[in-house]
Design a protein around this ligand. Structure first.
Ligand SMILES: NC(=O)c1ccc[n+]([C@@H]2O[C@H](COP(=O)([O-])OP(=O)(O)OC[C@H]3O[C@@H](n4cnc5c(N)ncnc54)[C@H](O)[C@@H]3O)[C@@H](O)[C@H]2O)c1
Ligand SMILES: [Zn+2]
Length: 354
């Protein structure tokens, strides 16, 4: 098992990564929030069917009282109504500030449950039990929580760090292949952001060295988040591929997987960096080859005219400028703040004539 400590200004907590950990979730939790206390175990219907009983048993074994709350799987559930219904369930138990809630599942469960935990009683402890690759390497760590509004994704949210993250690698064995592939895009992203040798290690399939790969990603996210918990500086590096990626995701009506869109976004922004003489062309070639090796797309299905209005409306825009994460090579991504008027030029360099 890998055990990493995340040290943010608001909370210090451990991330445990290994096989067979759901059964030990209670024992691990008892080191942080000892029983007796109530744990509300929340999961979507699909994850519950596969892994719910094991997680529940692991918690009960350590002496916790466990209540279960389920919701329909999918991004469509990531709404204020779902978070409200969880909060109402918690108040019916009633769950108090000394109890806790556990999110078993992917990023959707983590975001909904984390958000409800952030606001119920003005904040109760939350434990993240990620079961997708994306949740393991990204959403379960760092404390961003939230739900979607009709106007866009994650528009209602809060920063609320978990008290513990337990990633049981066994759960990833049941992931549908497309879901696994999607998570691989985020793994590759970490290499491009700041670790060239890690990137090239990924030519050996991720599934063959899963624990080390996830631990490496968590360590990198930990280091970035520790220095910028509130996403005002270096944390924006994690948005590599996401500015264009989010726009592709939105234009596709959310029919394309998030990771696939991030892959398209990373390829596009790296092309722009090459055209501007910022990034060696060989590194673009290595990125495209890596994305293709994992079955991820690299061609953008939309042109600049379609993408521009969506990007310009992005919530991450600060006034008339937008911060882009631009690779200057594999393992060397930098932030550049550019005026919104220059975006058409960036998009042209990213998309046209390749
Ligand atoms: N908070 C953050 O920092 C952060 C970061 C990145 C993404 N996100 C959010 O994460 C969400 C996407 O997360 P996701 O891709 O994990 O989606 P998800 O939680 O919807 O999971 C995807 C699907 O896989 C199923 N599933 C989950 N684990 C499984 C398993 N072990 N075996 C079989 N099926 C399983 C789920 O039931 C679901 O249908 C988005 O809403 C995104 O905004 C948040
Ligand atoms: Zn992402």
């Amino acid at each position: 098992m890998h055990r990493l400590t995340v040290d943010t200004p608001s909370r210090r907590y451990d991330v445990c990564v290994g096989r067979g950990l759901l059964k030990e979730a209670g024992a691990l939790l008892s080191q942080v929030l000892p029983p007796p206390r109530r744990v509300c175990l929340a999961a979507d219907d699909q994850v519950w069917e596969l892994w719910g009983e094991q997680a529940e048993a692991g918690l009960r074994l350590a002496g916790y009282t466990v209540d279960v709350w389920r919701f329909p799987h999918g991004e469509g559930s990531k709404t204020p109504a779902t978070a409200l219904s969880l909060a109402e369930y918690l108040s019916s138990l009633p769950l108090t500030r000394t109890d806790c809630v556990a999110a078993l599942g992917g990023g959707v469960a983590g975001d909904i449950v984390g958000f409800a935990a952030a606001v119920y009683l003005r904040g109760i402890p939350v434990v993240q039990l990620p079961t997708t690759l994306l949740a393991a390497v990204d959403s379960s760590v760092g404390g961003k929580t939230g739900v979607d509004l009709p106007a866009g994704k994650n528009l209602l949210g809060a920063f609320h760090q978990p008290s513990l993250v337990v990633c049981d690698l066994d759960t990833l064995d049941t992931l549908p292949p497309a879901q696994f592939t999607d998570g691989c895009a985020e793994v590759i992203k970490y290499g491009v952001i700041g670790d060239r040798s890690f990137f090239f290690d990924l030519t050996e399939p991720i599934s063959r060295h899963m624990e080390a790969v996830i631990a490496r990603c968590v360590r990198m996210k930990r280091d970035i988040v520790a220095g910028d918990e509130r996403d005002t500086g270096a944390r924006q590096l994690l948005n590599l591929g996401h500015t264009i990626g989010h726009a592709v995701e939105k234009l596709s009506g959310y029919t394309r997987g998030h990771g696939s869109c991030v892959a398209i976004g990373m390829a596009a922004i790296t092309r722009a960096a090459v055209r501007r003489g910022l990034c060696p062309e060989a590194d673009l070639g290595a990125l495209l080859a890596m994305l293709e090796q994992y079955g991820l797309p690299t061609a953008c299905p939309y042109d600049g005219a379609a993408l521009l209005p969506v990007i310009a409306g992005d919530k991450k825009r600060a006034g008339s400028a937008i911060t882009l994460a631009v690779p200057h090579g594999i393992g060397d991504t930098r932030l550049v703040k550019v005026p919104v008027e220059t975006l058409p030029g960036w998009l042209q360099d990213a998309l046209e004539g390749w």
